[in-house]
Ligand binder design. Sequence first.
Ligand code: NAI
Length: 396
Amino acid sequence: MIVEPKVREFICTTAHPVGCMENVNRQISYVKSLSFPAEAVQNAKKVLVIGASTGYGLASRITAAFGCQAATIGVMFEKPSNGKRTATPGWYNTAAFEKAAAEDGLYAKSINGDAFSEEIKQKTIDLIKKDLGQVDLVIYSLAAPRRTTADGTVYTSSLKTTDSVFTEKSLDLKNNIITQKSVEPATEEELQGTIKVMGGEDWMDWITALSKAGVLKNDSVTVAYSYIGPELTYPIYFDGTIGCAKRHLTKTAKEISEKFSEINAYVSVNKALVTQASSAIPIVPLYFAILYKVMKEQGTHEGCIEQISRLFRDKLFPADTSGSEKLIRMDDWELNEKVQAKVMAIWKQISTENLSALSDLDGYWEDFYHMFGFHFDCVDYTKDVDICVEIPSIHL
Ligand code: NAI
């Protein structure tokens, strides 16, 4: 099949298997070009990544495997191809990851299913027991729109404010023009739903289940990912429903460390980057496009793989919480004063007319298409490709 991008606003409904492989291989090559300190290699030998197929979780799995030579188990929620539709990008990414891991003699197995469920937790525990015995690092990198709990209740995550309507400039992704976007305040139910889905409860459930099963090594580490961002986006992010969920995540890190003697929990506050999850947040894509421009000019721009390899090399072993109890600040370069002053100055002036000159709109869209395996110069998109790709460790 000839696979072309089909973009609907902030999502692309097709993915290219060869392009996704290119995306993964580029990240692997980058990690292989770096050296990792002995502390990282010694403490990330057997790694479980929950949310391992795209964005920050995929970058974590690649860093652990190809930077630290870790055995990895990845949990994800992806769709294979049915022969007519392409698979989701995370499916192709995982196939490419496992192929590269096998070539390097690295253990890699993947579990596809709902990480919120008890069934997937048990399946993961059984696999750890069978193949690895115990894990020493657990990365929690889920970004999900909803969660079904054991009693069958479905909770939905919302991206809303928590007090009044917030109106700001926004990039209309359908036609690349600047509009005004208003974000409504959440109801109490929407707020609680977001905390259920994106807060720390499920992270705690995972660690409880892993600890009970005895599959956590003594002195192991668990990290979940969060975002804070600049004041500009506080109403929609930090002070919004998602920010409340992230505060719950931070509280959970403390509770995990207190409750389980064998594990230390941290929250890594990462940089804003184009991923499937973040493209859906209103107002934020325009901030991304400006931030990319400023950070690229100042030489500090990073993608997921640069962020996570810096986390593993410099800030996780031992955890650098810089005075705060549980937070590792990987957003230090994003929130740098020089960066933010420039971003805010541009934000005030930006309009449809000067959008291309004042922001890195092309960089935004390049990252977006790359996520789905498109717009790589070295891939021949006119060529027929087999869209049915198997993940070696998953038997359908
Ligand atoms: P993403 O959309 O690229 O990745 C989400 C991952 O979760 C995928 O592997 C997906 O398969 C998996 N997943 C989703 N629902 C699942 C389910 N029910 N069961 C099993 N797996 C499931 O998202 P991204 O952006 O990498 O987000 C990961 C974490 O990083 C989130 O906590 C997010 O808030 C955080 N973060 C993201 C930032 C950004 O700008 N993208 C910035 C800072 C933090």
